[in-house]
Design a protein around this ligand. Sequence first.
Ligand SMILES: NC(=O)c1ccc[n+]([C@@H]2O[C@H](COP(=O)([O-])OP(=O)(O)OC[C@H]3O[C@@H](n4cnc5c(N)ncnc54)[C@H](OP(=O)(O)O)[C@@H]3O)[C@@H](O)[C@H]2O)c1
Length: 259
Amino acid sequence: MKLSDNTVLITGGTSGIGRALAAQFLARGATVLVTGRSAERLDEVRAALPGVHTFVCDQADPGSVAALCAEVVRAFPDLNVLINNAGIGLKLNLNDEARRLEDLEAEIRTNLIGPIQMVQLLLPHLKRQAGPVIVNVSSGLAFVPMPLKPIYCATKAAMHSYTQSLRAQLKATPVRVVELAPPAVRTAFNAGQEDINVKGAMDVTKFAEAAMRGLGRGRDEVLPGLTPVLRLIGRLNPRALIRAAEAERMGAAGAPRRP
Ligand SMILES: NC(=O)c1ccc[n+]([C@@H]2O[C@H](COP(=O)([O-])OP(=O)(O)OC[C@H]3O[C@@H](n4cnc5c(N)ncnc54)[C@H](OP(=O)(O)O)[C@@H]3O)[C@@H](O)[C@H]2O)c1
């Protein structure tokens, strides 16, 4: 994709990857729109990234997503790039009988249903633009399930699958569809989860620079950092992280630990 002359909507731009991508696009002269759930956090982004436009939107709420899409198309008729970035990733123990179904569904609504709804509502508009691009942010964990984050990995595997089908269905249209699959990146996303995967996590600015290089090269799949390794593991040894979790549960002495 071309990296200049864009009007870019980035969901989840109050921190981490979304915010770093917003800075990259702003530096290239783009008009940048970011979303988040909290007006205060969006105020902070406006102070840190002068020129950015912000919108309160809860991606897990279909009404909120519909209102956002109507508003941005009305206020920014040149909108040509959608980056479906907002997401949550929860460590969940599925043995926990007290957990409410609504809590389990929140991740699916945020990571999968919200982005699909964004695409559906903005697609008619994007098809009429010059250089339209949809970037879906998945994860290296789309390729290998990690039992500690069962719903998250399922949503990202679904995002990977959906993005491939979307690309195929839009082939005859001007809309390009790109999957951006981050490896572990040091952001708030991993706060409190240092036990999982963040030891070799990538710096978020370096990640955003690598992502921009990949987007600029026009690749269908942009896989910065260690993501290609995860994808290879997913092909050669798809149960690798499941086996590692099982080994960890058994403990060194071979005695099963409590789930
Ligand atoms: N960091 C990693 O290691 C990593 C690895 C692979 C993939 N990813 C993916 O990269 C994307 C960004 O993650 P990140 O690391 O930048 O995480 P982050 O720093 O926690 O940022 C997440 C962003 O999503 C927004 N968000 C969360 N729930 C939302 C909702 N319901 N509605 C609207 N916005 C919402 C947050 O905004 P508010 O909280 O202000 O609403 C925040 O701006 C996610 O899709 C994640 O799955 C991250």
